[in-house]
Design a protein around this ligand. Structure first.
Ligand code: 13P
Ligand code: SF4
Length: 305
């Protein structure tokens, strides 16, 4: 079968089986083409509560599928690849955060959405990279415990200096591996290009950026800019998608190593198998976890607008 034939079959089967396909922007281009909705974590979690279909297929990583399940517990939710976890989401567990909360009882616990459903049960509000600054600014309490990404947390702290933000040592191993030296080398190699980076990168890399934002924010910035060249400081698929959308512009990789194996573990054939009802991993969460964990997601949607 050709790629086009596989895609046509996916389109036919998702209609026949009443399946909505959500795909994070880090997915491969041929998967985005068969999705009903694509976007960053925030856009996808907002959509999760509103799609009318009986089944939702999440092409992304496990915490994203768990978010869909929490917001639409009556739906069948499938994660496109059973092995697609997010290493950052596994870095801190509920017991650790419960112990930290005992030390900081008057702090509001802000959890990046890249956390497990179980961990969310002990947090106050979720944020994504696109909503974090706005939400932290709006929290009444001045004392914030931000978990698990200390790089996103440091970026938020730089944008909201009036808050007392405590960070723990965690983060995305892919984004955090990019060095200041690589960023300087890329800027020297492409002097006419703007550097656009995800706030999961370390502060010295963020400090060199012309623009900092979520995956969707980076894409929108590049699409709407009058500039013609950009160095993309997030997962490398974003540079590829942008190159399709803006053939008159040039997109360079900040680092060859900016490749998330988990996001990339889903193939088009996995998507085909899922819409056939023969693949992926169905998400099951108990009622107690859903009730407790979704409070901080609901709060994020309420505060994030
Ligand atoms: P976004 O918030 O930009 O969707 O980022 C998700 C993610 O996993 C980044 O590594
Ligand atoms: Fe997790 Fe990083 Fe992959 Fe995003 S890029 S899913 S934060 S490991």
């Amino acid at each position: 079968m050709t790629i086009r034939e596989v895609q046509d079959e996916i389109m036919r089967l998702k209609k026949e089986n009443d399946i909505c396909i959500l795909a994070h922007s880090y997915q491969a281009h041929e998967i985005l083409e068969v999705a009903d909705f694509t976007g960053d974590s925030y856009a996808l979690s907002k959509l999760a509560a509103t799609v009318p279909n009986k089944t939702v297929l999440m092409c992304g990583v496990r915490f994203m599928a768990e978010t869909v399940k929490m917001l639409s517990p009556e739906k069948k939710v499938i994660l496109s690849s059973p092995i697609a976890g997010c290493p950052m989401a596994e870095q801190m567990d509920k017991e650790l955060i419960e112990a930290v909360k005992l030390k900081y009882p008057d702090y509001t616990v802000v959890a990046y959405i890249n956390t497990t459903a179980e961990l969310k049960t002990v947090c106050d509000v979720c944020v994504t990279s696109s909503s974090a600054v706005k939400i932290v600014k709006a929290i009444e309490n001045n004392n914030i415990l931000f978990i698990p990404d200390c790089n996103l947390g440091a970026y938020v702290a730089s944008q909201v200096p009036e808050k007392n933000i405590k960070l723990l040592q965690g983060g995305c191993p892919i984004h955090a591996a990019v060095t200041k030296r690589e960023a300087e080398a890329a800027k020297a190699a492409y002097p006419n290009a703007e550097l656009l980076v995800h706030p999961e990168c370390v502060p010295p890399v963020v400090a060199l950026a012309d623009f900092v934002g979520s995956t969707t924010a980076i894409m929108n910035y590049a699409k709407n800019s009058d500039k013609k060249e950009f160095i993309i400081g997030t997962e490398n698929s974003i540079a590829e998608h942008l190159q399709y959308e803006c053939p008159d512009k040039k997109f360079y990789l900040l680092s060859q190593a900016l490749m998330c194996r988990n996001m990339k573990s889903t193939t088009l054939i996995d998507v085909l198998n899922c819409v056939k009802g023969d693949g992926g991993d169905e998400i099951f969460l108990d009622d107690e976890t859903i009730t407790q964990a979704r409070k901080c997601i609901d709060k994020m949607i309420e505060m994030g607008g």
